[in-house]
Design a protein around this ligand. Structure first.
Ligand SMILES: NC(=O)c1ccc[n+]([C@@H]2O[C@H](COP(=O)([O-])OP(=O)(O)OC[C@H]3O[C@@H](n4cnc5c(N)ncnc54)[C@H](O)[C@@H]3O)[C@@H](O)[C@H]2O)c1
Length: 383
């Protein structure tokens, strides 16, 4: 079967993670990188046998030999890059959030369908084996009726007013920061694991730093700790540091989520807990191979990842035997494997999140922004 050729747009944190994970798929070659500069693209591709580097992603789209592209640039560029790629007939793996507004996401979703190409939104966190185990437990009825869905996504890398990233700036990130950046992963998980949909919500957002010290030169994600006071300019901030969301999933299920990028000591702490009428389960992304299972009448359990013990639906998400941890990088390998397999098998049902799922997250985000603005509950249309 043909080896697929792909390209990466963006050379920062995600550009590197995507490139490495692409290279772990045996029937895909990364053949081009687009960066803000040719030098940035060359730096990322150094040692990876990538033949083409450019500062203009459109050059890559003009190459008929390239099957797919990965959009790994700041949020505000996703729409134009993904749209151009779809119009060029490429399959698209787009980083989250899909776009920065609902109409943009709707346009991309419709266009992808019209073009008949594979389209994926990179909600990679679904692809941890223990997340799939939670989903299987919900599906099988092991938890009973789901009553409560709650959790957090806490980070600390934007705690100080000297912390800066393009995510702080609404022109690059969109109107929302923490809800769009990490909240989108949390809500995608909540819906994916439970199979339920958020039907209404009430949110409270807070920007603790009304101004931040912006570095005079561009910095890539997580790189600003290296700068000194002389390198900054005081800049107003228009995106939130924290968000709390109460939500309903249908008539009975209730939930709450808090998201933060200013919580000292919390590096990338995504916790999700689901409480049913029979049992509860909880998962912490920083301990990804473990699942806490809570019972009323017997001892609670720590379920440790072991493919032979996972539910059949979760087993294919684990490549390694028990005791051999599978983490963040592996989730990208898993989602890309399924994305590229689907390109090689036209007609097959995609088993990964698609642009429609990215659109769904933008609708939840839009509702959260409107709710915060109005200080009121907001309904979300089912989709
Ligand atoms: N799935 C995940 O777990 C995850 C994690 C982090 C970030 N993300 C998403 O990935 C995207 C990128 O985030 P990041 O953390 O890698 O940011 P980053 O700042 O580290 O990297 C962004 C890169 O895009 C490049 N870029 C900017 N304009 C460009 C252009 N016109 N052409 C080519 N390259 C350009 C920048 O030079 C930079 O290298 C964001 O949308 C973010 O939400 C997803």
């Amino acid at each position: 079967m043909k080896t697929l050729k792909t390209a990466v747009f963006g050379t920062g944190f995600m550009g590197r993670v995507h490139l490495e994970a692409i290279r772990r798929n045996e029937f895909v070659d990364a053949v081009a990188i687009a960066g803000r500069t040719v030098e940035a693209a060359q730096r990322l591709g150094a040692g990876c046998s990538v033949p083409t580097f450019t500062a203009d992603y459109r050059e890559i789209l003009g190459d008929p030999a390239i099957d797919a592209v990965h959009v790994c640039t700041p949020n505000a560029l996703h729409f134009s890059m993904a749209k151009d790629a779809l119009l060029a007939g490429k399959h698209v793996m787009c980083e989250k959030p899909l776009a920065i507004t609902v109409p943009e996401a709707e346009e991309l979703t419709t266009l992808a369908l019209k073009q008949g190409v594979r389209n994926a939104i990179c909600h990679n966190i679904r692809f941890y084996p223990m997340v799939q185990q939670m989903r299987s437990m919900c599906e099988s009825g092991a938890l009973g009726e789901i009553l409560v869905v709650q959790g957090t996504y806490f980070q600390d890398w934007l705690l100080y007013d000297t912390d800066w990233n393009w995510r702080v700036d609404a022109r690059a990130a969109g109107t929302s920061r923490v809800l769009a950046d990490v909240g989108s992963h949390w809500f995608d998980l909540a819906e994916h694991i439970t199979g339920l949909r958020v039907t209404s919500l009430c949110s409270d957002l807070q920007t603790f730093h009304q101004t931040r010290k912006k570095p005079k030169q561009a910095v890539e994600t997580f790189a600003n700790k290296l700068l000194g006071p002389q390198d900054y300019v005081e800049t107003p901030v228009d995106t939130e540091d924290f968000g709390a969301v109460l939500f309903r999933m249908g008539p009975r299920t209730r939930g709450s989520a808090t998201v933060s990028q200013v919580s000292a000591g919390r590096k990338n702490r995504l916790v999700i807990e689901i409480c049913g009428t029979k049992s509860s389960v909880a998962w912490d992304q920083e301990r990804p191979d473990e699942l806490w299972v809570g019972h009323r009448e017997t001892s609670n359990q720590i379920f440790v990842k072991d493919p032979s013990l996972l539910a059949p639906g979760a087993r294919t998400f684990a490549d390694l035997p028990g005791g051999h941890s599978e983490g963040y990088d592996d989730t990208f390998k898993q989602i890309f494997r399924r994305f590229y397999s689907s390109i090689r098998t036209p007609g097959g049902k995609p088993d990964y999140p698609q642009f429609a799922d990215g659109l769904r997250q933008l609708k939840i985000l839009d509702a959260a922004l409107r709710s915060n603005h109005a200080r009121a509950w907001v309904d979300i249309a089912p989709s």
